[in-house]
Design a binder for this molecule. Structure first.
Ligand code: NAG
Ligand code: NAG
Ligand code: NAG
Ligand code: NAG
Ligand code: NAG
Length: 507
């Protein structure tokens, strides 16, 4: 499923950028990476001071193109771009062209979603198998806008109201889920000229995933190349070379970086293509050296429709009586002899008093959600060794069930920084994988070392995080909550807006 050694790739430096504007932006990011607004603010203050000093009058609130451009631009980004000075200064009047891009409702501007030819999205989805099938990863992706079929079997283990928030969600469904949410979003505009950001609804994971295990690398790149040719002909791409464009990818980043794969054999070369350099993308596992990759949580089966059902779930997992110390859910296929997953699975089976083992190779996990959910609800901790790549969907299954994740690699903390708490020890436990393998450390001993109160505090942090790692199922008109999709979208829109402000400032 993954390149032979993704570790080797993380050592590589991100590609060098020759563009001056992005170069300057990168410089600022490196030095002020956590405070981009601080830097912008300082620049703004400094210029204001200069203007006041020279002109002895306060700077105008709205940029006026007839006065010194450098003095006014940093105050506010002026969009939409216009070749007509009058129209620009008239943009705030109600009947003067497109709506102003930044409003209280959409503080980072509006999104335009391209209407791509269906060969780049809808045609890539299998429509003849609409439920999860453990032998075919593409099945059940399309059902219910990507949420999947309702998980009615959970009626047996969950109270009435709660099982209705659960679905058989395919873990590769993110491209469909995000596309649907964008089309319904309150800040979507049908007029590209009033947009700050452009969404490319290309289902890259589906296009590439179909050909990953075949020999023909040209097939893995075909849709990617054709889609880029299409989008590069769009007028709004030409204005920015793609830096205000974004998309979603439902597979890990290593499936799209064949040219930098040590064996140069795995995956498509989509994310190696120069046109993609500036396009932001939500992706379930990012390459830490590429800031355009924004890692977002894998979708779990939990999709509450309202804020109330979310809170009810949080209370439910908080009060659940957990009878086991820890659990391990995995799919024992052909794990190598010294693969930590095999070691932990054996360990877990041997100590059934402390550990709940679920082997999804022998249990029908995808079709019966009770099997995994019950094990996670009933244990205080859940073991999360790295999967075939750095990340595992099960981390999110675990946390949504209010179980405290146990990690074995430090790299686990390098992903999802927009979503997970900043302090690893506040919500998780770390045990070094080498120490487990060599037998120096016993997982059970470490976990038994935590007091009831310490576990309670970690669990509280996990529960507090649930909304941030959950994809809600918006129900028209019903009050909902800020979920993983909202956090991802707001973050990228804000980034695109800041980038535009910078580009204007440096012009
Ligand atoms: C708005 O545009 C009209 C022409 O369309 C122009 O006469 C007028 O001065 C503009 N208003 C401002 C505030 O610039
Ligand atoms: C669904 O259709 C595709 C192509 O038309 C075919 O390859 C596949 O085997 C079908 N799958 C099932 C489960 O029928
Ligand atoms: C894949 O390609 C290699 C060499 O290019 C060849 O030896 C091998 O037989 C091919 N495998 C398949 C399944 O076509
Ligand atoms: C886009 O890229 C082309 C070729 O690299 C360059 O000539 C052009 O100036 C760029 N346009 C913008 C708006 O950055
Ligand atoms: C699902 O799994 C649970 C727990 O293992 C079991 O009790 C139940 O009968 C299963 N349901 C179905 C429909 O197979």
């Amino acid at each position: 499923m993954v390149p032979s050694s993704p570790e080797a790739q993380t050592m590589k430096k991100p590609p060098k950028n020759t563009n001056f504007v992005t170069g300057a932006l990168n410089f600022v990011r490196i030095h002020f990476s956590s405070h981009p607004r601080f830097w912008l603010f300082i620049a703004f203050l400094w210029i204001q001071a200069l203007i006041i000093f020279i002109a002895r009058t306060p700077p105008p609130c709205f940029p006026d193109r007839t006065t010194d451009v450098s003095a006014t631009v940093p105050a506010r980004y002026v969009a939409p771009p216009s070749n007509d000075d009058d129209a620009a200064s008239n943009a705030t009047l109600p009947d003067a062209g497109p709506a102003p891009p930044y409003t209280d409702e959409c503080p980072s501007g509006r999104i335009y979603a391209y209407d791509l030819p269906s060969m780049y999205n809808r045609d890539l989805v299998l429509t003849n198998c609409t439920d999860l099938d453990p032998w075919n990863w593409e099945c059940g992706i399309i059902t219910n806008h990507g949420y999947g079929r309702a998980a009615t079997e959970l009626r047996r283990i969950l109270p009435e109201d709660l099982y209705k928030s659960w679905y058989h969600t395919n873990q590769y469904t993110l491209e469909i889920l995000f596309h649907h949410r964008i089309l319904k979003h309150k800040c979507r505009t049908l007029q590209p000229e009033s947009a700050t950001a452009f969404y490319i609804p290309f289902y890259a994971g589906l296009a590439v995933g179909k050909h990953l295990w075949m020999n023909d690398t040209a097939k893995r790149d075909k849709h990617c190349k054709m889609m880029l040719r299409w989008v590069k002909n769009q007028p709004y791409w030409l204005k920015s070379n793609g830096s205000d464009h974004f998309m979603t990818i439902g597979r890990i980043t290593w499936d799209f970086r064949r040219l930098t794969d040590p064996g140069k054999s795995w995956g498509s070369s989509f994310l190696n293509m120069p046109s993609m350099n500036k396009v932001s993308r939500f992706i379930v596992e990012k390459y830490p050296g590429d800031e355009m990759d924004v890692s977002v949580p894998y979708p779990t089966g939990f999709h509450p429709k309202t804020r109330d059902s979310l809170i009810e779930w949080q209370n439910f997992v908080r009060d659940y009586k957990r009878s086991s110390l820890f659990s391990f859910v995995g799919e024992n296929r052909n794990w190598a002899e010294n693969d930590l997953r095999r070691i932990l699975m054996n360990y877990c089976y041997k100590d059934a008093g402390a550990c709940r083992a679920v082997d999804c190779a022998v249990s029908e996990c995808p079709t019966n959600s009770s099997i995994v959910l019950k094990a996670l609800l009933e244990s205080e901790f859940c073991l999360q060794p790295k999967g075939d790549s750095f990340t595992r969907k099960e981390v999110f299954d675990c946390m949504v069930a209010g179980s405290v994740p146990v990690f074995f690699w430090k790299t686990d903390y390098e992903q999802y920084e927009w979503f997970l708490p900043g302090e690893p020890e506040s919500y998780s436990v770390f045990i070094d994988h080498e120490e487990v393998r060599s037998g120096k450390t016993s997982v059970k001993q470490v976990l038994m070392g935590y007091s009831k109160e310490e576990i309670r505090m970690k669990r509280e942090k996990v529960i507090e995080t649930i909304p941030r790692i959950t994809y809600g199922k918006p129900n028209a008109g019903v009050r909902t909550f800020k979920d993983a999709f909202d956090i991802a979208l707001d973050g990228v829109l804000e980034r695109i807006k800041e980038e535009k402000e910078w580009a204007d400032f440096l012009r």
